[in-house]
Design a protein around this ligand. Structure first.
Ligand code: PMP
Length: 386
């Protein structure tokens, strides 16, 4: 019979389980909708209602822009995940972690140097480090490309700010800083350092660490991130940035974040991580299996690793596949995938070769199912043609 409701545009058939032939698999952006089913299960306990007269002021009762209650909850979530040291650390909130990235660059730039701090990241890297640093370029800092170009002892007196994304977007690897020396500062972007996406070998204990609710709970639109900072002077500079830029972060977002954290912490706080890992692991295994028989296409290898959260060795479950076209002539891998009706993101966006494409695995189940379907067709055509 006919479906009771309309199917999503990419699906058809009586129970909406058949893929529409012309519909592209969208694996482009990193919208973390994979967590939606978790929140559907917790619909009532995660809901907020705010009356019109409530929370109108710029500030909390202690005259700050930062909810102490939310801070305590963030520390508890880190303690349960075992992914960051928060004792005796300062915490700053931002409008997403995006705002905190530049706040950290500002805070780590030298005060009165004649040359701007060199901001670097290791290829392949998340493009915003470059685009944002270029956009806000000032006398304080300037984006200077790939970290490895500066990994030379003769550079030890220069001021560097190195972005380290761990695990990395796009390739999911746990990374460490490359540059060292007295004038090197490091910003650890730990957006994906949660059991959903990676083994947690040990709590991170870096000077400047940035996290976001976007990839933890999936609420990217709430625009809420936080930085965990060791040094009080750096913390003060970040607070000044937040003060001048937006007068702190939205209290409404903080309220929603608090409610979400309370649900995350319900029952000892394991459920969201178990759900996240199971979902991402399942997607990775399916994609890996689909590509096992392919000579022309591959995805990155990520090592099995002991995870202190699950207390066992666990397999990879990254947020993105770093997909490679292996054939010599397939230099434009994006176009190869596009022809197969798969939309990814060009390697050059991550300052890498276009032989690579990033495929997002954190979107909805429908998006992933369609992606897997199209990948299976691509691989079977390759094998049929041999
Ligand atoms: N860092 C990394 C590595 C990311 O992938 C993202 C989002 N895609 C962000 C930061 C920014 O996230 P948000 O501003 O939503 O916190």
């Amino acid at each position: 019979g006919k479906p009771v409701c309309e199917c999503n545009t990419c699906f058809g058939g009586p129970d909406c389980s058949q893929f529409s032939p012309g519909c592209a698999a969208d694996a482009d952006d990193g919208d973390p909708i994979f967590l939606e089913p978790f929140w559907v299960r917790h619909a009532a306990s995660s809901a907020i209602l705010v009356t019109g007269w409530h929370r109108m002021s710029y500030v909390f009762d202690d005259q700050s822009y930062i909810s102490q209650e939310l801070k305590r909850h963030i520390c508890k979530v880190h303690a349960i995940a075992g992914n960051a040291v928060t004792a005796a650390r300062f915490i700053v909130f931002g409008t997403g972690s995006t705002q905190l990235l530049n706040a950290a660059v500002h805070a780590l730039s030298p005060d009165n140097s004649s040359t701007p701090a060199r901001v670097v990241a290791s290829i392949p890297f998340y493009p915003v480090y470059k685009t944002q640093t270029d956009f806000f370029q000032s006398t304080e800092f300037k984006f200077q490309g790939d970290t490895s170009m500066w990994n030379d002892t003769s550079n030890t007196s220069m001021n560097f700010i190195e972005f380290v994304t761990s695990p990395n977007n796009p390739d999911g690897q746990l990374k460490k800083a490359i540059l060292e020396g007295p004038s090197v500062k490091t910003i650890y972007d730990h957006a994906y350092y949660w059991p959903h996406f990676t083994a947690i070998p040990a709590p991170a204990d870096e000077d400047v660490m940035i996290f976001t609710i976007s990839k933890l709970t999936g609420h990217a639109g709430t625009r809420f991130g936080w930085a965990v900072i060791k040094d009080e002077a750096v913390y003060q500079r970040m607070l000044t940035y937040m003060d001048l830029n937006t007068i702190g972060s939205s209290r409404d977002s903080q309220l929603r974040a608090l409610k979400l954290f309370k649900v995350v912490l319900e029952g000892g706080g394991r459920e969201i991580f178990e759900f996240g890992y199971k979902t991402m692991r399942n997607r990775w295994e399916k994609l890996s299996n689909a590509l096992l028989v392919s000579q022309h296409f591959s995805i990155q290898e990520i090592a099995y690793q002991y995870c202190t959260f699950f207390q066992k060795v666990r397999g990879p479950s990254p947020a993105y596949a770093w997909f490679k076209c292996e054939k010599e002539e397939d230099k434009d891998c994006y176009a190869v995938l596009k022809a197969a009706n798969i939309i990814g993101r060009n390697g050059s966006m991550f300052s890498a070769e276009n032989r690579y494409v990033r495929l997002s695995l954190i979107r909805s189940q429908d998006d992933f199912d369609l992606l897997l379907h199209r990948i299976n067709i691509l691989v079977s055509e390759e094998n049929g043609a041999r």
